[in-house]
Unconditional design. Structure first.
Length: 148
């Protein structure tokens, strides 16, 4: 049985299109914010670790899209990672994002999370870390946790 003769859609085709549309609408979107601030500073790193920034991360299903900006670093950024660790505790890098290789610039990127990584995100166990050229900053220059 044809539903629309002009477009030649059949009932199974229309049903499939409706299911796809409703499943896309059913994906929840959650927003997470990041305030980037200097990593812990000591007497050796107080003159090299500077800067600030902010990011927004949108979780749609299992896809996390990150955008934002940073500024005020004393040496150019080299890379940026999403890392896993309890709030305030360092952990391993699990994803790379794109960053302007400068003392100020933009951050972008999208990653697909596993179900356990989505759970880590929702429980405040994921953070972003920006590393820079100038040593000594072996543990990063800026960092901030992904929080609702």
């Amino acid at each position: 049985m044809k539903i629309c003769s002009t477009l030649n859609f059949t009932l199974p085709t229309v049903t499939l299109l409706l299911l796809i549309s409703f499943s896309a609408l059913g994906q929840s979107r959650e927003t997470f914010k990041v305030r980037l601030s200097p990593t812990p500073i000591d007497a050796v790193t107080k003159n090299t670790i500077t800067g600030s920034g902010s990011l927004t991360a949108i979780l749609t299903g299992t896809k996390l899209t990150v955008t934002g900006a940073f500024e005020g670093m004393r040496s150019p950024a080299t890379d940026i990672h999403i890392q896993r660790g309890a709030k305030g505790i360092r952990g391993p890098a699990i994803f790379d994002l794109q960053i302007s290789k400068s003392t100020r610039g933009e951050v972008t990127g999208s990653v697909e999370l596993t179900p356990s990584q989505v759970e880590d995100l929702k429980n405040g166990r994921l953070y972003v870390q920006i590393n820079s050229e100038r040593a000594p900053a072996p543990d990063g220059n800026l960092w901030g946790w992904l929080l609702r």
